[in-house]
Each structure stands twice: as C-alpha cells, then as structure tokens.
Design a protein around this ligand. Structure first.
Ligand code: AKG
Length: 227
C-alpha cells in the first residue's frame, strides 16, 4: 500500500527537521513515554515547531508524542502520503502524522472509524482486542475525560484489580517500515513504539457511521476534551 509513497524515500527525521523546521505541530505530553490522560481534559496538548520536537527526540527526551492532523500540515507532506485506495471512496476521512521516540505508549482505546496505520520508519507493536471482548477490558464511562479509553494496562495486566482480563484474547502485530495495519472500527488498540517511528494513519467512515463519528467529535469538542 505504501511502498511507492514519496514519504518512504524522503522522510528521514533529518529531512523533516530541515525541510519543515518551523512548521507548527501538536504534541501530547507523556510521562516515561506513556501519553498522559488528564482527568478533566483528556490528553494534554502542547504546540511547538517541528525542529524543536525532532531536536528533543534526538536528545533522547521521552516526554512528548507528536500527533498532528495532516490537514493542518503543509500540502507537500500530504502529497508524500497519498490517500490509500481502501478509504478513497468514503464520504469522510481524517489523517494524522505520528512521530515518537522508542518507549512511547498510546494505551488501549478504541475509535469509531475504520483505520489504516502505516509505518514510514521505525517499529511499533500494536496489541488489539476485539469489540466483543470490550467488557473484559473495563471500558471508561461515556462521561469520563477519555470516554473511548479503558482502565487496564494490556501489556502489564493487574489481575487482582481487573480479574476479567484473564479472559481477554489479544492480537499482536509488529510493524516495520512499509507495513500497514488495518484496525477495524471499535477494535481496541494499544501501541508501543519500539524504535523511533514516523507513521501516518487514515480514519474513514461513510453513511450512518460518518454521522456517529462526527457527533462524537462534536460532543468531545463541546466538553473541551482534546482527544
Ligand atoms: O500509533 C500510536 O501510537 C497510536 C495509533 C492510534 O491510536 C491510531 O492509529 O488510532
């Protein structure tokens, strides 16, 4: 799917840092690599220039994760990562750029749209849980600051607090440059960055699913939740 992307040839960290030095990007605060979820506002966003973020990655800092909307980034970056044919027919799509150092963790959560996550460089491990097993991962409530998240650490299960976790079946996939993973809507997913990574994902939805995605986004915005 992505072998022929210009990004696969061009997007080294040094290229991005030089060519898009002053491009503003959105990062999420992380603690020892784990993305922080504030109990009131969800993820904690911080804006900076791309060269500042990549400089911190080179310096071995592990307290931020770049997750910027592709639509807010220069057109030339979007041209380097063309829309995959699988989602081209959808009436709604959205796309993010992700850059993070090794050890970055996006904890188990689910999205309402279908998703393709493609690795340009680096390595990531995805752990997936099927929607039918949702009750076993102790989902957060609808009014939580992270309504699409859950209370468990799927990599380090605490069976005494969360005994139902014993029944969970996971699907684990390690992605390398040029790989992409399809994460169907409502599938729980946890991502650990194994080596400094640059990736791009695409969410898409059509029909009633599109209405549900847009409604959920609007409710989050009204509540002041950033992710
Ligand atoms: O790659 C990550 O760290 C998280 C990706 C993710 O949550 C997604 O693609 O929906």
């Amino acid at each position: 799917m992505i072998r022929d992307w210009p990004a696969m040839r061009r997007w080294s960290l040094d290229y991005l840092r030089t060519a898009y030095a002053t491009t503003p990007v959105v990062t999420l605060r992380a603690e020892s690599g784990r993305v922080i979820m504030n109990s009131e506002t969800g993820a904690v966003e911080e804006r900076m220039q791309l060269r500042e973020f990549i400089g911190a990655v080179h310096a071995g800092v592990n307290d931020r994760y770049l997750t910027s909307r592709m639509s807010a980034l220069p057109k030339s970056l979007r041209r380097d990562t063309p829309l995959p044919m699988y989602c081209a027919g959808a009436s709604w799509h959205n796309s993010n750029l992700w850059i993070g150092p090794a050890g970055t963790i996006a904890c188990l959560h689910r999205d309402l749209a279908d998703n393709l996550h493609a690795m340009v460089s680096g390595r990531k491990r995805f752990t997936l849980v099927a929607p039918r097993q949702g009750s076993l991962v102790y989902p957060n409530g609808l009014f939580d600051s992270f309504p699409n998240g859950c209370r468990v650490d799927i990599e380090c299960p605490d069976y005494s607090r969360f005994p139902k976790l014993r029944g969970v079946e996971t699907v684990v996939a390690e992605l390398e440059p040029g790989d992409a993973i399809y994460i169907p809507r409502r599938w729980w997913h946890h991502a650990r960055t194994l080596a400094v990574s640059v990736s791009v994902n695409f969410w898409w939805a059509s029909g009633l699913q599109r209405v549900i995605v847009l409604l959920a986004d609007t409710i989050k915005r009204v509540r002041g939740i950033s992710r």
